[in-house]
Design a protein. Structure first.
Length: 273
């Protein structure tokens, strides 16, 4: 199990009436969060939904997406569940078409969908696994960007937040495929930010360290590996999804106006650059 010194209550049941979870104003905004059914993605969706956004949860796990949307709707948010595979361009296009039909053009895109995997050295990493890391983290984000950006340019407004990782900055021994893919996502963000800089469409990345989402455990990462990576964090603990959700919501909001192509660290002091 992941370790943390914070309360680890069910992340799908955050009380959005609690002022601690109040974020920026998203009234009238249409938001798409990939991998938004749980963890960081769901925490972000909750905060933006609380701020008045119409939120589309795009996730490979249909049942989890339906549960997430039910939770958002019960708290008064307009929400839509979308079953899609971000590695499949046609699947992504169909999902975005549904968003546009239901809510209108996308104002905010959070590329959060991700997977981890077993710890192994680069030279023992199977080629298919290496490719799969890039397909999800780089190509998955690319497919969503292709669908969202033209409408943002036409509207003269947009916010894109790519959820990368501290591993993309530093590289994790034993996690070469994941680290390389997340580094690729950071590079993609920097290029995109420069390309869109004069169109009021801002693209930035957020780089979490270890977070109590369970993605590592679900993806076959051992308990010992979790302990090793947590030990690298100066704060001595993993982040709670809400902490990342607040940062993502800020980066996705009107409050951010003069920062693009940048990386917002959220690693508990591990990689402050």
């Amino acid at each position: 199990m992941n370790t943390t010194t914070r309360d680890t209550k069910d992340e799908t049941m955050t009380d959005l009436t609690d002022d601690r979870h109040r974020g920026p104003d998203f009234t009238g905004r249409v938001v798409v969060v990939t991998g938004g059914a749980q963890g960081i993605g769901f925490a972000s969706a909750q905060i933006m939904g609380r701020g008045g956004a119409s939120v589309a949860i795009l996730d490979f796990d249909k049942d989890a997406a339906d549960r997430a949307v039910a939770g958002l709707s019960a708290r008064g948010a307009r929400a839509l569940a979308l079953h899609a595979d971000v590695t499949d361009q046609l699947s992504v296009k169909a999902a975005f078409d549904e968003v546009r039909t239901t809510f209108g053009d996308v104002d905010v895109l959070v590329n959060n969908a991700g997977v981890a995997g077993p710890n192994r050295p680069v030279w023992e990493t199977p080629p298919d696994f290496m490719r799969s890391m890039f397909e999800v983290h780089v190509m998955g984000a690319y497919h969503c960007i292709v669908e969202a950006v033209p409408g943002m340019i036409e509207a003269g407004y947009g916010r894109i937040v790519n959820v990368a990782s501290v591993a993309g900055k530093e590289g994790n021994a034993g996690g070469g495929a994941y680290s390389a893919a997340k580094a690729g996502l950071i590079g993609l963000t920097k290029s995109l930010g420069k390309e869109l800089a004069r169109k009021d469409v801002l693209a930035n990345a957020v780089t979490p360290g270890m977070v109590t989402t369970g993605i590592s455990t679900r993806s076959g990462v051992s308990e010992e590996r979790n302990r090793q990576l947590t030990a690298l964090i100066p704060m001595g603990r993993q982040a709670h999804p809400d902490e990342l959700g607040q940062l993502i919501a800020f980066v996705a909001s009107d409050r951010l106006t003069f920062t693009t192509g940048s990386v917002f660290d959220a690693s508990g002091g591990r990689a402050t650059y």
